[in-house]
Design a protein around this ligand. Structure first.
Ligand code: TYD
Length: 140
């Protein structure tokens, strides 16, 4: 129920641990420590042709952390009133998006790799694909 009240201000940019080393850098994520949820699923988006847009939808329950493991892309998030664009281009920070926000991913650079850590298994019935339905959900 409370997911309908989430706002842009509930989004957080999370700085991840980074071990700099002459052999190469290392970062990591531990569930419920660096991110406020348990990870039930990980997926990634890659080989995105120039100009393509992914993920124009909202989730009713799923929380997520999005990390640009490689390259760069923008995440546009909308809470039904305010819209904000976050640019991701480093593998040592992520964007935490709580449930109940409309988001899409765009402006993928060549060879970009978007990793998404999700708090739920895949569930089609958690998606809101229709923007007017999303606004009804937010105003219910
Ligand atoms: P979808 O989330 O709709 O991608 P986008 O919003 O970026 O277009 O997922 C695309 C397809 O992949 C969809 O048919 C469902 C399937 N899918 C899974 O089976 N499991 C998953 O974890 C995800 C994210 C998608």
């Amino acid at each position: 129920m409370m997911n309908m009240y989430t706002q842009i201000s509930d989004i957080k940019t999370i700085n991840l641990p980074k071990f700099e080393d002459i052999r190469g850098n290392l970062s990591f994520i531990e569930e419920e420590k660096h991110i406020p949820f348990k990870i039930e699923r990980t997926y990634w988006i890659y080989d995105v042709p120039g100009g393509q847009v992914r993920g124009g939808h909202a989730f009713k329950n799923q929380q997520e952390l999005i990390v640009a493991l490689s390259g760069s892309f923008d995440v546009v998030v909308d809470d039904g009133k305010v819209k904000q664009t976050f640019s991701l281009n480093r593998s040592y920070y992520g964007l935490y998006i709580p449930a109940g926000l409309w988001r899409q991913m765009q402006n993928f650079s060549t060879n970009s790799l978007a990793m998404v850590l999700s708090s739920t298994h895949y569930a089609e019935n958690d998606y809101i694909h229709d923007y007017s339905e999303f606004l009804k959900f937010k105003n219910a």
